[in-house]
Design a protein around this ligand. Structure first.
Ligand SMILES: Nc1nc2c(ncn2[C@@H]2O[C@H](COP(=O)(O)OP(=O)(O)OP(=O)(O)O)[C@@H](O)[C@H]2O)c(=O)[nH]1
Ligand SMILES: [Mg+2]
Length: 616
């Protein structure tokens, strides 16, 4: 437990090398673990699937070793095992020298961005010194051609000769804290999923980023939400799975049939991607790659067929690179910055690979300028470009982290150093956009205050509709502007700072109108609902009759009294009866009777109104 908290970013080392060159033997010598777990591996004397062991280094630091198979038929398993490793342990048998999968594995590692490591020149007990020297030269040449520098250590996995030096060299390797660029997202590509009797569903993998703790709810791409019951790291219970660590999870809430090797467990739901834009690199030894060709794409512990579309060229030459769009036959959970490996479909060999630049294509045409900026990876350049794609919305630091592969700190620094960027609430947006949005919001509120001085508040939703702001930006603006006193925010809605105070002119107008209504009494003229009238209605000083007549509250009460009296005296009142009592026209009598019905004073039986029970 002590060790893991001292080294929260775990070092993961992946073996590499041609079949039978002694990878598993070396791992067993160094760790005491036989990584060939399968009966078939023992029977055939070769590794088939990746195996895992813990290695204690001379400094006391612990590393995870991933032992991959060397046979050419299992390169796909090697690719899956090598995903998430920080460094390589390339094993070359001194009696055999550099062989095809020595090269192919090194190619895969380079494509995956794993360029540091150590070479073990093994089986030195079985050959003379001269053969060891020749093999060493062979290896040096291979490394040089790949532009890689790594110590070459002669060893024997049988006698243990040279192992101490090898461990010393491995101890100098650094783990890559890849975590911060994914905004804290935990991602675990599953390499094994099985059922343990008495425990349940167990999955294993190398945690790419983020942290996982018991009790966490994780998400699969197919929508399952397993809960983490327990965590193990190399067979020991662990409180936390740290980025880079070898992780076994005991899961609740998921059936064995719902999760398999190749799935990705995530700390938050993520959309799957069917196409992405990338920088694609073709290996020196590969055949030219034609526009439109189908290939096998390996990402994490998953592989799918894909079609390659090269941007602005018909063919990619060996050793060359191009921006390209890859369309997948099966969707995958991908993030900008992820590496992928491409293998040909015909003879299945590794032909190249690359780095994902953009997964959020949304049907857009390729934009080389944008992709080149993403590729340069300079936050000061990419953040404005990302914002420019939906300028009215703004983006959170987490959105930006996921879409252009920057850390939240880089987002904050970029916003601080660039006056064109502003942070508002949890959003980042262009200063001009924020200013314009503020102005639009204020205008909408001022317009409302003018048109409806008696009811000047808008709900946030109404304000959004009126201004066309996104939900996130509207909420952030409302919070920021009300905190700054630029708008007034109440439970009833938002308004200009002085919203709710009735302008004196309107007050005077309303008073004048009320006087007129009182004079007209039961026979008001038809009128439009002006602000002054609406203010009287809101204050209950005026009432509405059938939508076209408005009378003073006193007149309405007087008329209702008249109706009640008539009913009590005569048992009911007809239209003509009320017309005569009020000395008015049928039109007004009709409107008042309907008003009386609506107020629950009378109800209609035939041509006559009678008092409702309440007023009898
Ligand atoms: N003499 C000698 N034999 C070795 C040494 N290392 C491995 N071997 C033998 O070489 C054979 C292959 O060794 P493995 O460790 O299985 O080779 P591998 O690289 O893991 O093979 P794959 O995983 O199938 O690619 C076995 O018979 C080992 O006993 C060594 O240092 N000296
Ligand atoms: Mg092996």
């Amino acid at each position: 437990m002590g060790e893991s908290s001292e080294h929260p970013i775990a070092l993961t080392i992946g073996t590499a090398g041609h079949v039978d060159h002694g990878k598993t033997t070396l791992v067993r010598y160094m760790t005491g673990t036989d990584t060939d777990r399968l009966e078939e591996e023992h029977r055939r004397g070769i590794s088939i699937v990746p195996g895992y062991a813990e290695l204690e280094l001379p400094s006391g630091r612990r590393a995870s070793l991933v032992d991959v198979p060397g046979h050419e038929r299992f390169v796909k398993n090697m690719v899956s095992g090598s995903t998430g490793v920080d460094a390589f342990l390339l094993v070359v048998a001194a009696d055999d020298g550099v062989m095809p999968q020595t090269r192919e594995h090194l190619d895969v590692l380079r494509v995956l961005g794993v360029e540091t490591g150590v070479v073990a020149l093994t089986k030195i007990d079985a050959v003379d010194e001269e053969t060891v020297e020749l093999a060493a030269l062979d290896v040096e040449e291979l490394l040089e051609s790949g532009g890689i520098s790594a110590p070459v250590v002669p060893v024997s996995g049988v006698t243990g000769e040279g192992i101490e030096r090898l461990l010393g060299a491995l101890d100098t390797l650094a783990a890559d804290p890849t975590d911060s660029r994914s905004g804290g997202l935990a991602r675990l590509p599953v390499d094994r999923a099985f059922v343990l009797k008495g425990i349940g569903v167990v999955v294993t993998g190398t945690l790419w980023s983020g942290e996982i703790r018991p009790g966490d709810i994780l998400h699969t791409a197919s929508g399952h939400r397993p809960r983490v019951r327990g965590i193990q790291n190399h067979g020991r219970p662990a409180e936390v799975a740290y980025p880079g660590s070898r992780t076994a999870l005991d899961l609740a809430g998921v059936e064995a049939s719902q999760i398999e090797a190749g799935d990705v467990l995530l700390s938050q739901p993520m959309p799957q991607t069917r196409a992405f834009d990338a920088r694609l690199r073709l290996l020196e030894g590969a055949k030219p790659l034609a526009h439109g060709v189908r290939v096998r794409l390996h990402h994490g512990t998953r592989a799918t067929n894909a079609r390659v579309r090269l941007f602005g060229r018909g063919e990619l030459a060996p050793g060359d690179s191009s921006l390209a769009r890859l369309s997948l036959e099966e969707p995958l959970v991908l993030l900008a910055g992820d590496r992928f490996v491409l293998r040909s479909l015909g003879p299945q060999v590794t032909v190249g690979g690359g780095k994902i630049l953009d997964t959020a294509l949304k049907g857009r045409k390729p934009e080389p300028g944008w992709l080149e900026a993403l590729e340069r990876g300079d936050p000061a350049g990419t953040i404005p470009l990302a914002l420019a794609r939906a300028p009215h919305q703004g983006m959170t630091a987490a959105d930006l982290s996921l879409s252009v592969s920057v850390t939240p700190e880089e987002v904050a620094a970029a916003a601080e150093n660039n006056p064109e960027l502003t942070s508002i609430g949890s959003l980042y947006a262009f200063t001009t956009e924020v200013e314009a949005a503020k102005e639009r919001l204020l205008q909408a509120l001022r317009r409302r205050a003018q048109e409806r001085a008696e009811d000047p508040l808008l709900s946030v939703a109404e304000a959004r509709v009126a201004t066309g702001l996104s939900v996130g930006l509207a909420d952030a603006l409302v919070l920021a502007m009300s905190a700054a006193g630029e708008i007034r925010s109440t439970d009833a809605g938002i308004g200009t700072p002085d919203a709710g105070e009735i302008p004196p002119e309107l007050e005077r107008e309303a008073e004048k109108l009320l006087d007129e209504l009182r004079l007209w009494w039961s026979q008001p003229p038809t009128m439009e609902p002006t602000p002054a009238l609406r203010l009287l209605l809101k204050r209950d000083e005026a009432v509405e009759l059938g939508g076209t007549f408005f009378a003073s509250r006193e007149a309405a009460e007087g008329v209702l009294e008249e109706i009640k009296t008539a009913c009590r005296e005569e048992g009911g009142i007809s239209l003509a009866g009320l017309r005569d009592r009020l000395g008015t026209s049928r039109k007004f009598a009709q409107a008042w009777l309907e008003y009386s019905d609506n107020q629950g004073v009378t109800s209609r039986t035939g041509d006559v109104r009678v008092l409702t029970r309440r007023y009898r």
